[in-house]
Ligand binder design. Structure first.
Ligand SMILES: NC(=O)c1ccc[n+]([C@@H]2O[C@H](COP(=O)([O-])OP(=O)(O)OC[C@H]3O[C@@H](n4cnc5c(N)ncnc54)[C@H](OP(=O)(O)O)[C@@H]3O)[C@@H](O)[C@H]2O)c1
Length: 300
C-alpha cells in the first residue's frame, strides 16, 4: 500500500499536504502523522476520506526537537512499515528567537528544521529504498542560494544570530540533498562524496527543498507575531502577500508528485528554482558534522 509519512503533519503546510495526499489516494494509503499534538492529529485523520479496510491512518507522537526521540521513532517505523513512498518534513517553530538549547545541547530551531529532518531521512532510507515508484522527500523550509559555512562553528554555538541560522539551515539542507547523501550505498560503504556527482547517482529517488513564502499558518498568527506591531496594522498587507496553508499545501503536494529524480529547489508557487551546487569541501564538512552529531545522539 502506498505510504506517506508527514513529520510536522499536525498543523499548517504539512497538515495540508497530508490532506492533499489523503484526497489523492482517496484514503487508500498508509498515512503516518508525526508531531506532538494528539488532538490536532485525531481531527486531521477524521477528515481523511473513508478508506478500504486495509488502509491505515495513524499518529505517532514524537517531540522531534530531540534527536534521540527521532531515532526511537524511526526504529519503530522500521519495525512496522513495509516501505515509504513519500516523506514530507515540515516541523518547525518561529525562527526569530535567539539560541535556545534543547537538553541535547542543540538549538531547538536548528534541531527541528535540519538535524531531526536529516535523521529521519538517514534512518528511513532502507524503507524508502523499498518504494517501487521511487521515494520522494520534500522539506518545507528555506530553499535558496547557499552561504559560506563557519567550519569551526557549524552548530552555531557561538555568535548565534537569526541571519546566520537561516543561512545555515538553507545551506545545510541544500548540501545534504545536493549530492543525494542519503543513498544507502554511501551510508553502507562510506564511499567518498567526491565520487558522487550532483543529482546523477540516484536512479529514481527525489529530494526536494521548498521555500513556502508567507503562509497564514498557526506559526504566523497574532499570538506568535514576533514584531510587537499591532496585528490589525500588518494584517491587511500580510493577507495580501500570504496564502492559506491549504493553498500552499496543494501547491507543494503537486510539486512533490511531479518532482523528477535528483535534487530540486522550489519557490512558493511550486516552480523550480535555479540552484548552484556547493563546493565538494563544504558538502564533506557538513555531512561529517551532521553524521557525527546525530549518531552521538542515539538512544542507549
Ligand atoms: N508559515 C510561513 O509563512 C513559513 C515561511 C517560511 C518557512 N516556513 C517553514 O515551513 C515549515 C512549516 O511551517 P508551518 O507554517 O506549517 O508551521 P506550523 O503550522 O506552526 O506547523 C509546525 C509543525 O511543526 C510541528 N512541531 C513543532 N515543534 C515540534 C516538536 N518539538 N516536535 C514535533 N513536532 C513539532 C508542529 O506539530 P505539533 O504542534 O503537533 O508538535 C506542527 O505540525 C516550518 O519549517 C517553517 O519554518 C513557514
Amino acid at each position: 500500500m502506498i505510504t506517506g509519512v508527514f513529520v510536522g503533519g499536525t498543523s499548517g503546510i504539512g497538515r495540508a499536504m497530508a490532506q492533499a495526499f489523503a484526497r489523492h489516494t482517496n484514503g487508500n494509503a498508509h498515512i503516518v502523522i508525526i508531531g506532538r499534538n494528539k488532538i490536532a492529529a485525531a481531527e486531521l485523520i477524521a477528515s481523511f476520506p473513508k478508506a478500504d479496510t486495509n488502509a491505515i491512518h495513524e499518529f505517532i507522537p514524537c517531540d522531534v526537537s530531540l534527536i534521540t526521540n527521532v531515532h526511537h521513532t524511526t526504529s519503530e517505523l522500521a519495525r512496522r512499515l513495509q516501505r515509504i513512498d513519500y516523506l514530507v518534513l515540515s516541523s518547525g517553530i518561529l525562527i526569530f528567537a535567539g539560541r535556545n538549547e534543547t537538553s541535547e545541547g542543540l538549538d531547538d530551531k536548528m534541531a527541528l528544521s535540519y538535524y531531526s529532518r536529516w535523521t529521519f531521512i538517514h534512518d528511513l532510507m532502507p524503507l524508502m529504498q523499498k518504494s517501487e515508484r521511487g521515494a520522494k522527500v520534500y522539506s518545507i523550509l528555506a530553499a535558496g542560494a547557499n552561504s559560506p559555512i563557519e567550519k569551526d562553528n557549524l552548530d552555531l554555538r557561538k555568535n548565534h544570530t537569526f541571519g546566520k541560522m537561516t543561512a545555515a539551515l538553507t545551506t545545510y539542507t541544500n548540501v545534504a540533498f545536493q549530492v543525494n547523501l542519503f543513498t544507502y550505498d554511501h551510508i553502507l560503504n562510506k564511499i567518498t562524496l567526491l565520487e558522487q556527482k550532483f543529482a546523477k547517482e540516484e536512479p529514481n529517488r527525489s529530494f526536494n527543498h521548498a521555500f513556502p513564502g508567507f503562509v497564514r499558518s498557526p506559526m504566523l498568527t497574532p499570538s506568535t507575531w514576533y514584531w510587537k506591531i499591532p496585528y490589525y496594522l500588518v494584517y491587511p498587507i500580510f493577507s495580501f502577500i500570504s496564502v492559506t496553508p491549504e493553498v500552499s499545501g496543494d501547491i507543494h503536494f503537486a510539486a512533490l508528485l511531479e518532482s523528477p529524480p535528483g535534487f530540486h529547489s522550489y519557490n512558493p508557487k511550486g516552480k523550480l528554482m535555479q540552484y548552484k551546487p556547493a563546493e565538494e569541501e563544504t558538502v564533506d564538512i557538513v555531512w561529517e558534522h551532521t553524521l557525527e552529531l546525530t549518531e552521538r545522539l542515539h538512544e542507549h
